[in-house]
Design a binder for this molecule. Structure first.
Ligand code: PRX
Length: 640
């Protein structure tokens, strides 16, 4: 790796020193190198309204121009931007010129339908070229997109459409996953019928399968028909660097999911820069990020970062286990993927399947094109790391364990291949310019070797700008007064006494991470108690799980008598399906336990720590003398 973009620790240290000496100057230098500006900015950081930080604020740009037009102007028009592999294995290639033409046509459709700069557009699609085009088309006309993961229920979709005040929804008739056709348009119809989405004037529908869909002629339009009627060129809307590029809803520890708002200039810079340095992206690389565009990883490392660099990437519609669990390895072989980025959950489940069935073992595939591997979304346990390194990377590919969040816009702590010596299970060192630190509850630094609260001490360009419509919640969630102006990530961490390497120890709030999907315990509790005919009270905690990292464990008090035996199983299944309908299948509790009551103090506070011990099957060592009703502990220990 002598030709890595950041080569050797001396190069890393030099960047860190540059950033330390003059953070605003460092990021400004990179913003001039990596982003094309319509009007150059004159100032990097503006902290006059902290914690509402601004970056490059007087510069203007267009993100879609940076991702598409710029590549065509550089002579990359015929280069493949996306290798799309559908669920059934059909492969198509889309060049940069073609991406630009499609984006322009759709952008013209949006404009013709009255969508203006600053309007919000909800995108509810599965993995597709059209999904990426939809995001780019919004960026082109200065509309702010809010992508909703295609696995979310009508209720969740409705909440997000209403929350964002969207004027348009872009969707598909159906999606194909694992050989099955699943509805999308029908869920949009259901969401709108639930009410509160009055601002939605148009629903644009991409015809994916041609399967039957209900049609509301005053509102619904086929994407292909509308696009055919529009020219393949579209003048970009030049926006200020702080213009909101997107809102992405994510879970917090309290209340409803929050709309994380990102800006245009700073976000694009970090998307491009981290794609370049963390993955050491070169012109001939074939990059594959297996995330869904419904999550932040699919925003930064599919829709924006790789395109901003003019890279070639794979976009995959399907699932890793269809038609068999060798799908990922076959695709790496077929498309000569050189940089592969996935989640530990996927690796852990594929290890199990490969060990059970030799025909899908990675050794049956030629994976020699790989040169860099990445991991994201949750801690990667050393055993999974070792398997990934040996069986996928052939022992020769560095694994970049990238720690970051929806709010950070891009990588915060990660090794840089070609520079950082790796330690399995550690995300190693901060990306140059990111001032990660570990503090106690009063914001004081703790010594290496002592666990604490992970914070970022100074602003960075791609940080969250606010919570959509709720600036007070933004301040209290991320900049609590006691942390003295530090950004609170919400994770615990510890640094190695010798190397200073970071290891993330998990969330310190009531946010769960199930298969890399982030969920608030309170959202699931609210969904359970919304089943008013059955449920009186519910409490949700996480417990460790071998495959999914964490599993959801729900403790439920019914309105009627506590069920046992088959009745308990039946009601537990009913509640699981209910939660799936309220939030989405990813939120289904794995365990449901029924009690006559929940363990509470005499003042009525639910003892969650106790519930966590019960969920883990641990012996209760805590003092239970303050418990109002110690007898329920035994009831709650029984799984359904
Ligand atoms: O707890 C951390 C965990 O995922 C959280 C962020 O979730 P989300 O906003 O959905 O973004 C996921 C994709 C970036 C973090 O607060 N997390 C993410 N990456 C890692 C991780 N935990 C440990 N190691 C990681 N590499």
């Amino acid at each position: 790796m002598e030709d890595a973009h950041v080569c050797g620790m001396a190069a890393y240290d030099k960047l860190v020193a540059e950033a330390d000496a003059d953070p605003s100057g460092y990021w400004s230098r990179l913003a001039r190198e990596l982003v094309s500006w319509k009007t150059p900015f004159t100032k990097g950081l503006d902290d006059s309204q902290a914690p509402f930080f601004q970056w490059f604020a007087d510069g203007t740009l267009n993100v879609s121009y940076n991702c598409l037009d710029r590549q065509v102007e550089r002579g990359l028009g015929d280069k493949t931007a996306i290798i799309f592999e559908s669920d059934d294995g059909t492969v198509s290639r889309v060049s940069y010129s073609d991406m630009l033409a499609r984006t322009c046509r759709l952008a013209n459709v949006l404009r013709a339908r009255g969508v203006k700069k600053g309007d919000r557009v909800v995108i509810y699609m599965s993995m597709s070229v059209e999904g990426v085009v939809a995001m780019q088309a919004c960026a082109r006309i200065g509309a702010t997109h809010s992508v909703v993961f295609g696995g979310f229920s009508a209720q969740s979709l409705r909440d997000r459409i209403e929350g964002a005040g969207a004027v348009m929804v872009i969707t598909a008739d159906h999606q194909l996953r694992g050989g099955k056709q699943l509805p999308l348009k029908a869920i949009v119809d259901e969401a709108i019928a639930l009410g509160g989405c009055d601002a939605v004037a148009d629903v644009i529908v991409y015809r994916r399968t041609g399967g039957a869909v209900a049609w509301e002629p005053s509102r619904d339009r086929w994407m292909h028909e509308e696009m055919q009627a529009q020219p393949p060129t579209c003048e970009p809307e030049w926006v200020g660097a702080e213009h909101p590029l997107f809102i992405l809803y994510t879970s917090g520890s309290t209340g409803k999911p929050k709309g994380v708002q990102h800006a245009s200039g700073g976000y694009l810079l970090h998307a491009a820069l981290t794609t370049k340095w963390s993955f050491d992206m070169k012109p001939d690389d074939v990059f594959w990020c297996t995330a869904d565009i419904g999550w932040v990883t699919g925003h930064t490392y599919i829709a924006y970062g790789p395109l901003a660099l003019g890279a070639t990437q794979v976009v995959f519609e399907g699932v890793p286990t269809y038609p068999d669990a060798g799908r990922f390895w076959k695709m790496i072989q077929d498309h000569q993927v050189s940089v592969f980025y996935t989640a530990p959950t996927a690796i852990r489940s594929l290890i199990k399947l490969a060990e059970a069935d030799a025909t899908v073992h990675p050794k049956r595939y030629d994976l020699s094109s790989l040169r860099i591997l990445g991991s994201v979304g949750e801690p990667i346990n050393p055993a999974a790391w070792a398997w990934y390194h040996q069986h996928i990377g052939g022992g020769r590919c560095p694994i970049v364990d990238t720690f970051w969040q929806t709010e950070s816009g891009g990588h915060l702590i990660t090794p840089l291949p070609g520079a950082t010596p790796l330690v399995p299970g550690s995300c190693t060192l901060p990306f140059p310019g990111i001032t990660a630190a570990i503090v106690d509850e009063y914001g004081n630094d703790v010594p290496h070797g002592q666990g604490g609260i992970l914070v970022i001490k100074t602003p960075w360009p791609s940080m969250i700008r606010t919570i959509w419509g709720d600036p007070e919640r933004f301040k209290s969630s991320y900049f609590p007064a006691e942390l003295k102006g530090c950004y609170l990530a919400g994770d615990g961490a510890i640094r190695d006494p010798l190397t200073g390497y970071f290891t993330i120890t998990g969330r310190i709030d009531d946010v769960l991470n199930v298969s890399g999907h982030r969920m608030g315990t309170m959202e699931i509790e609210s969904a359970l108690v919304a089943k008013t005919d059955l449920v009186a009270e519910a409490a949700v905690v996480g417990r460790p799980d071998d495959t999914t990292g964490e599993a959801i464990c729900a403790f439920v008090v019914l309105k009627g008598a506590r069920p046992t035996g088959e009745e308990a199983t039946r009601i537990a299944n009913e509640l699981r399906n209910w939660v799936a309908a309220q939030i989405g299948p990813i939120a289904k509790p794995k365990d449901i336990r029924f009690g006559d009551n929940l363990p509470k103090t005499r003042s009525g506070k639910i003892l969650r720590r106790l519930l966590r011990s019960i969920a883990n099957g641990e012996a209760i060592t805590q003092d239970t003398s303050t418990l109002e009703n110690p007898a329920v502990l035994e009831q709650l220990a029984q799984k359904n």
